[in-house]
Design a protein around this ligand. Structure first.
Ligand code: FAD
Ligand code: FO1
Length: 453
């Protein structure tokens, strides 16, 4: 087995240590189907070296609260056990990576460091800081995308229609089966840390006002159960029902994908090979592959991905032209957060996100666009949308979110539409438009009664 070289970036030459190979796990928090881990094992076996996995636990990841740390740490507890059973010790280092990882590398005389790919601004800063403080060779492997982000395109794509053909051309190369992680043949006296999620959560300094959710169980095995129930019970209806928040036809995979508890490639293979109608499968894979990988492309090639300046020229012009427009409604961040607007549909969507940690995908567009309409400027709208999305969504703090907000508020990957107050030519969505697509009343009822929307 070898990991396709196109998945691997040799990001810094260096002087190898004599100790184990280390995979610095971050975005892809799973033992199975993890190209970065597979590459680290391949490197360790080639040099007859032990293999270790290290995770740096930062208590100040932007926007994260108890809700997200709970999902993440309960998943990591299971990962540490799976790895231990394969003679791959797992280490969890509490603190900022720049303060903890260089000492770990030095202390264990790590030979090679393998990191996973992540266009998130904070993650890029972490990686740069660690590389500055170490001397070992560093590799980066894209374990999150099917077509590696850097292989799909070397520039910011205009939209789904431009990246789709590039991805389609490369899928036959990359959408292949994935080898099984082996029990590691070379061991050392290193034993690793047992991860006790409960103790870590009890002592973690984080915002505890956003509670964990109980309707979705974190972990690799649970992710596969959710995937299986999606392909068997919902996928058939996906093409027709995915945009109806009352029909509950989404996969609910995004929290697992965000934390890397399941491989996007594994999801694509299972959907491709299951007996659902081709139209349903294509509709899902369009979102799951093209839209998701377009989001990573946008964040990789647009460092200021959550700023007004990142919007297309036509969008900045039209939004600037309409800055003086009178806003019939204006709400503060607090009023938005407490779902205290005049719009019962918007309030229900906000409540669904705050209570369950997952707003229905169709309503996320409406939700963000109304924030543009009800705040004093596009900059304030972006800030409010990012703040609430990252604070309450289980799948928040993700390139998909920054891109979804940039699409909704700033026309990224979209085109100009008919000009109107405040929006200019940014695509507009209305309550009546939603009401023509699904039963608003039943959605509001479902959220109020706490059933999954
Ligand atoms: P499904 O419909 O089952 O889709 C399966 C997978 O396809 C998703 O998990 C996701 O990885 C991918 N996908 C689906 N729709 C999109 C899309 N529009 N863009 C990119 N990938 C997509 N997604 C997040 O993961 N995190 C976020 O914080 C987030 N915030 C968003 C904010 C706004 C304003 C908008 C418009 C979209 C946002 N999205 C976000 C994208 C999308 O709404 C979610 O990925 C989707 O609703 C997740 O639920 P699911 O996995 O059940 O979806
Ligand atoms: N990644 C880490 O390597 N260490 C962390 O402590 C960490 C915390 C965290 C909290 C919430 C969250 O949504 C993500 C978090 N991540 C952490 C990053 C995550 O693994 C993803 O890489 C990015 O959020 C998306 O690109």
């Amino acid at each position: 087995m070898n990991v396709l070289p196109q998945r691997v970036e040799y990001i810094r030459e260096g002087r190898p240590g004599r100790g184990p190979v280390a995979y610095w796990m971050s975005r892809d928090q799973r033992s199975a189907d993890n190209w970065a881990l597979l590459f680290a094992q391949e490197t360790a076996i080639a040099h007859t070296l032990p293999l270790v996995v290290v995770f740096c636990l930062s208590d100040s990841f932007p926007g994260a609260t108890l809700r997200q740390y709970g999902f993440m740490l309960r998943g990591l507890e299971k990962v540490s056990r799976s790895l231990g059973a394969l003679s791959i010790p797992f280490f969890l280092l509490p603190g900022e990576p720049a303060d903890t990882l260089p000492a770990f590398i030095k202390g264990h005389d790590i030979s090679f460091l393998v990191a996973d790919f992540d266009p998130h601004r904070v993650k890029r800063q972490w990686k740069e800081a660690v590389i500055r403080r170490t001397k070992v060779p560093v590799y980066e492997v894209d374990a999150h995308n099917i077509v590696p982000c850097r292989a799909a395109s070397d520039k910011r794509e205009y939209g789904a229609h431009t990246i789709r053909r590039k991805i389609r051309r490369l899928l036959p190369v990359f959408l292949d089966d994935m080898p099984v992680l082996q029990r590691h043949p070379w061991t050392s006296e290193l034993k690793g840390d047992g991860v006790d999620a409960k103790t870590l959560l009890d002592t973690l300094r984080t915002d505890r006002s956003v509670e964990e959710v109980d309707w979705l169980t974190p972990g690799e095995d649970e992710a596969h159960i959710v995937l299986r129930s999606f392909t068997e019970e919902k996928l058939d209806r996906y093409e027709t029902d995915r945009n109806d928040p009352v029909k509950d036809c989404q996969s609910n995979l995004s929290p697992y994908l965000h934390f890397g508890q399941i491989s996007a490639q594994r999801v694509a293979l299972e959907v491709r090979d299951c007996p659902a109608p081709i139209g349903a499968k294509d509709a899902f894979l369009e979102e799951h592959i093209v839209r998701r990988e377009l989001a990573d492309n946008y964040c990789l090639h647009t460092p200021n991905y959550d700023r007004f300046e990142a919007f297309p020229e036509w969008a900045k012009k039209t939004l600037n032209d309409h800055r003086p427009d009178r806003r019939p409604y204006l709400y503060s961040l607090r009023e938005l957060e407490n779902a205290e607007t005049h719009d019962e549909l918007w309030n229900a969507a906000q409540t669904q996100m705050a209570k369950t940690g997952k707003m229905h995908g169709y309503l996320r567009m409406y939700w963000a666009k109304k924030i543009l309409e009800w705040t004093a400027s596009p900059e304030e709208a972006i800030s409010a949308a990012v703040c609430l999305n990252d604070r309450y969504e289980l799948d928040g703090r993700d390139p998909n979110g920054y891109t979804g907000i940039a699409w909704s508020i700033g026309g990224v990957h979209d085109r100009p539409w008919g000009e109107r107050n405040v929006f200019g030519k940014i695509r507009y969505m209305s309550y009546n438009g939603c009401a023509s697509k699904f039963s608003v009343k039943r959605y509001i009822e479902a959220v109020r009664s706490g059933t999954r929307g």
